[in-house]
Design a protein around this ligand. Structure first.
Ligand SMILES: Nc1nc2c(ncn2[C@@H]2O[C@H](COP(=O)(O)OP(=O)(O)OP(=O)(O)O)[C@@H](O)[C@H]2O)c(=O)[nH]1
Ligand SMILES: [Mg+2]
Length: 330
């Protein structure tokens, strides 16, 4: 295991792929990987790209990755796919859309499911980003379809968030815009070759104008045609500008402190949840409580309160969880 980690940290692609798989799988091995990797992360920069299905996110990421490569940067791409529980389809799709990078050693592409991931650690996608970061990737693009809380969590863990919209998508975009307004650092109107693009740009600029101003950053709206290589340089420039603004205002450091704090809380939460829940379910003393609720004799709220005020019972769970942890050497 340590050898695998050392190899990945030294830039071995195969070892890196294995590490990512371990992290995705979760469990004690994932924790060991994260322990080794976490202290070495923080040099890389992550960019979240989110927006409705088919907006051109993958095409944009591919083009942005090309620019980063031209600048000599090491690039990783994480495509978090909320719809498919298995990543097979997504990988194939993204390989087809990013053919220029599939063969490039400097770009590491990884698709992963965000739902139904087996035994995933909390925030698996952001853990994967940390693995890439520690293994020397300078810039990590994270593509998500901006819908659920999972995706918002992923996006919030990235440094710069790019929200991609397209003209002429109707009401669904209207509601999406409202939800994505707060998280966007840069807006993109892609497929600007289509009618209605100028109108959408103006509409977004209007909405931004009305929302409260931040003194350190004005959210820009960039029109792009990803398939025609139009506007990509400008988008890249705006991402760099946002990074600079974050750094100069001290916000990047603050943001990362907040993320580390969150990582601690989430990790404790996850451990407590899994370890203690196991003990609760297997506790013989719980039988009578379950019976009462199952038969309808008592309501779960009253019984839960009875359980949580039974200190001997709780002490017993903690004791057993502690024992188990000692046995696995964690
Ligand atoms: N007309 C036009 N088509 C575009 C543009 N950019 C991307 N497309 C096309 O839009 C389709 C979807 O592009 P993708 O890059 O796969 O979009 P996506 O947002 O990654 O899609 P999902 O990952 O499935 O949500 C493809 O057929 C692209 O060729 C553009 O600027 N103009
Ligand atoms: Mg895509």
């Amino acid at each position: 295991m340590m050898e695998l980690i050392e190899r990945a940290l030294a830039g071995d692609r195969q070892a890196l792929a294995k590490l990512v798989t371990l992290v995705e799988r979760g469990g004690p091995e994932a924790r060991d990987v994260m322990r080794a990797v976490y202290p070495r992360s923080g040099k890389g920069y992550s960019v979240g790209i989110t927006g409705p299905p088919g907006a051109g996110k993958s095409t944009l990421v591919g083009k942005l990755a090309s620019i980063a490569r031209e600048k000599g940067l090491e690039v990783a791409i994480v495509a978090a796919d909320p719809t498919s529980p298995f990543s097979g389809g997504a990988i194939l799709g993204d390989r087809v859309r990013m053919p220029q990078h599939y063969l490039d050693e400097g770009v590491f592409i990884r698709s992963m499911a965000t739902r139904g991931s087996p035994g995933g650690l909390p925030r698996t996608a952001s853990s994967v980003v940390k693995v890439f970061d520690a293994c020397g990737k300078d810039i990590i693009f994270v593509e998500t379809v901006g819908v659920g809380q999972t995706e918002i969590d992923i996006i919030e863990a990235t440094d710069t968030t790019v929200v991609v919209l397209v003209p002429g998508a109707g009401d669904s975009v209207q509601t999406m815009k409202a939800g994505l307004m707060e998280i966007a650092d840069v807006f993109v109107v892609n497929k600007a070759d289509r009618p209605g693009a100028e109108y959408l740009v103006a509409e977004l600029e209007g909405m931004l104008h009305e929302s409260p101003k931040q003194s350190w950053w004005d959210v820009p709206v960039v029109a792009t045609q990803a398939v025609n290589d139009v506007g990509i340089d400008e988008l890249y420039r705006q991402i760099e500008r946002h990074r600079q603004a974050l750094e100069e205002s001290g916000r990047l450091a603050a943001k990362r402190s907040g993320q580390r704090r969150n990582d601690l809380l989430r990790t404790i939460e996850y451990s407590v949840m899994t370890e203690i829940t196991q003990e609760i379910e297997s506790d013989r003393q719980m039988a009578k409580y379950f019976e009462k609720v199952e038969s309808g004799e008592a309501d779960p709220y009253t019984v839960a309160r009875d359980i949580l005020t039974n200190e001997a019972l709780i002490e017993n769970w903690l004791q057993r969880a502690r024992e188990k942890r000692r046995q696995v050497g964690g």
